[in-house]
Design a protein around this ligand. Structure first.
Ligand code: SF4
Ligand code: SF4
Length: 347
């Protein structure tokens, strides 16, 4: 597996990394088998987080009998010095290591949070103390908000930044990438499949590989997925004219007003599963009509009728989506389709 530099501080990682969110859904044995397979195939950059429940512990168990190279990356969502110290100690214990290669402040997506973590004696300073103590080798930040991500890069205090980048949502990521190049900061691409909007995983990975200095960390849940991804990396093939045309077509079809399913808007004050309701157009495209107007999808849409327009979710959404308006459009569409389906049943 080809290796690449992440930023200009000597951090080297495999050309594609392993995103350890989905292994939470597996049992221990399956999760550990996938991590081991990744390592054996040369995917040695493993990215997890304190927040991903069983993920760090499973990585620790998978590494117990691994003597080859590995670059461990994890994150803390804490905003305080005490919380960071506690999470870091937990991560070291769960992954059974004496130091972490890359430690990131997780989802710093508002300036209020950014100021909090950067305040003297706060979260960032605690990580820097861990660097001095040898528990952390490199320091990064992850964000969904472009202005916060840019500020982090310009600050000169982070060696990597993790930000969404894929062929559907690419403009802000590319703008940030330009800045990371000027500042020698490594770019880690999150959401390579645009939060489930991209079905064509091979095209998504190949697209990200066309940036020579970006490392993608696709979430892996099945052995076949990692085998396929490694094959694409090893082919080192450029995107063909047909693939670029397909990317253009998918971009036009999607537009930019769509939910990335991050659930940062939760909890909704009326208990509405917002991201499920906002996926309704995709479900309509992919599923038989009956499945989207009955069952759990219909339940979610019915709940959406209880929206009070309080606006709390919109304040939280890092993508500034007009959630209330989008919910209402989806509910209208759902009602129309349900009516059509009921009419078809009565004939
Ligand atoms: S605006 Fe509607 S969807 Fe958003 S939090 Fe309020 S009730 Fe929930
Ligand atoms: S509405 Fe916004 S915050 Fe909520 S899941 Fe979608 S993208 Fe995330």
């Amino acid at each position: 597996m080809e290796m690449m530099s992440l930023g200009n501080n000597g951090l080297r990682v495999s050309r594609v990394g392993f995103g350890a969110i989905p292994i939470q859904r597996l049992n221990d044995d399956d999760a550990i088998a996938i991590i081991r397979r990744c390592l054996a195939l040369g995917v040695t950059f493993l990215d997890t987080a304190n927040q991903y429940s069983t993920s760090e512990g499973r990585i620790g168990r998978a590494l117990a009998d691994w003597s080859g190279p590995v670059v461990l990356s994890t994150k803390t969502q804490s905003r305080t010095a005490e919380g960071v110290a506690e999470h870091l100690a937990q991560s070291l214990r769960m992954m059974r290591v004496g130091s972490i290669d890359l430690y990131q402040l997780h989802n710093v997506s508002t300036f209020a949070d950014y100021e909090k973590v950067m305040a003297p004696g706060g979260a960032y300073d605690t990580i820097m103390k861990a660097v001095e103590d040898g528990q952390v080798k490199h320091v990064g930040i992850t964000s969904h908000q472009i202005d916060v991500a840019k500020e982090s890069v310009k600050s000169g205090r982070f060696e990597t930044v993790m930000y969404p980048l894929n062929f559907i949502v690419h403009e802000p990521g590319e703008e940030l990438l330009e800045l990371t190049r000027q500042h020698g900061v490594g770019f880690i691409a999150m959401k390579p499949f645009a939060g489930g909007m991209i079905d064509n995983a091979a095209l998504a990975i190949k697209y990200l590989l066309h940036y020579p200095d970006v490392v993608a960390i696709p979430g892996i849940e099945r052995l076949q997925e990692i085998e396929d991804i490694v094959r694409i990396v090893e082919q080192r093939a450029e995107l063909t004219d047909e693939e670029w045309a397909e990317i253009d077509r998918l971009r036009r079809e999607t537009g930019d007003r769509f939910c990335r399913r991050c659930d940062y808007c939760q909890p909704c004050t009326a208990g509405i599963p917002i991201s499920v309701v906002l996926q309704f157009p995709t479900m309509v495209r992919r599923m038989p009509l009956e499945n989207v107007v009955t069952g759990w999808i219909a339940d979610a849409l019915e709940k959406a009728t209880a929206c009070t327009s309080c606006g709390v979710c919109e304040e939280r959404c890092p993508y500034q989506l007009p959630i209330g308006e989008m919910l209402s459009e989806n509910v209208d569409n759902y009602r129309r389709l349900k009516h059509e389906w009921q009419a078809s049943q009565s004939h």
